[in-house]
Design a protein around this ligand. Structure first.
Ligand code: ATP
Ligand code: MG
Length: 266
């Protein structure tokens, strides 16, 4: 069985893509999945947040895009049980320059996954891949969308949440109609919800009326533990399992799995 590949994309910065990648991966692993994160952001926040120091990133997602490494050759285990990562380096900033003129530039990551035979975590094949994208609809995000089975869109509960969404949806639709017909939208996850702030509730209602069933029931609260954890190189689920943020990501993981089963069955 090929793994399900979920791409976390939103060209808006700071909406919770990386926090969701790290904690959703950990939550999925906690309920029995074998999870590989691919860090496609030159900022490398997913790699740092999982405790992979820059000096230890000998082989990276850049090497995979260049065809110089397989996925298995670039993946390293993290300290989180059943979670591995293909780390990123600043080399990713040069990807456009390096392959922007190549005919297969949009297919590099997909082809690496097609070629990937047998990256094992604890002797078992990877069941979920989560791809963390940069805040841009650039060639890196395009590679992630072309490689994906489905997209997961984190949106921050703030006034401009819906701004830019139509551009993202257009990009997804364009990729579906050209490069990756199998691409679907897994869902929209609302992040940094502040129950003391009326605006958060208003934005949530607006997004639900715009996006309907695509919005997950689970809403990720604004929670300081989620923002503290990366400085310890840990997911919040390992830093403070009981905090509201960790508990929300566990609920999100069960929702994601339920939707994946529906998507696969459809
Ligand atoms: P970028 O576009 O720069 O890659 P991003 O979309 O990956 O950003 P994150 O890095 O996950 O967003 O989050 C942005 C900031 O908000 C970080 O400092 C993170 O710790 C914090 N943050 C994310 N989610 C929450 C939350 N639910 N509660 C509190 N802080 C959060
Ligand atoms: Mg990020």
């Amino acid at each position: 069985m090929a793994p399900r590949i979920l791409t976390l994309a939103n060209q808006k910065g700071g909406v919770g893509k990386t926090t969701t990648a790290i904690n959703l991966a950990t939550a999925l692993a906690a309920i029995g999945e074998k999870v590989l994160i691919v860090d496609l952001d030159p900022q490398g926040n997913a790699s740092t947040g999982l405790g992979i120091d820059r000096v230890n990133r000998e082989v990276s997602s850049f090497d995979v895009l260049m065809g110089e490494s397989t996925i298995a050759g670039a993946a390293v285990m993290t300290s989180v049980p059943n979670v591995a990562i293909v780390p990123s380096t600043l080399d990713l900033l040069g990807v456009e320059h390096a392959i922007g003129q190549e005919g297969d530039r949009a297919f590099r990551l997909r082809d690496a996954f097609r070629a990937a035979s047998g990256f094992l975590i604890d002797g078992r094949p990877v069941t979920y891949v989560l791809i963390d994208c940069p805040p841009s609809l650039n060639l890196l995000t395009i590679n992630a969308l072309v490689a994906a089975s489905a997209v997961l869109v984190p949106m921050q509960c703030e006034f401009f949440a819906l701004e830019g969404l139509s551009q993202l949806l257009q990009t997804i639709e364009h990729i579906r109609s050209t490069l990756n017909p199998g691409l679907s939208i897994q869902g929209v996850v609302m992040t940094m919800f502040d129950k003391r702030n009326n605006l958060s509730e208003q934005v949530l209602q607006d997004v639900r009326s715009e996006m309907g069933q695509l919005v997950y029931d689970t809403v990720i609260p604004r929670n300081v533990r989620l923002s503290e954890a990366p400085s310890y190189g840990k997911p919040a689920l390992l830093y403070d399992l009981k905090c509201a943020g960790s508990q929300a990501y566990l609920r999100l993981a069960t929702e994601v799995i339920r939707r994946e089963r529906q998507l696969v069955a459809a």
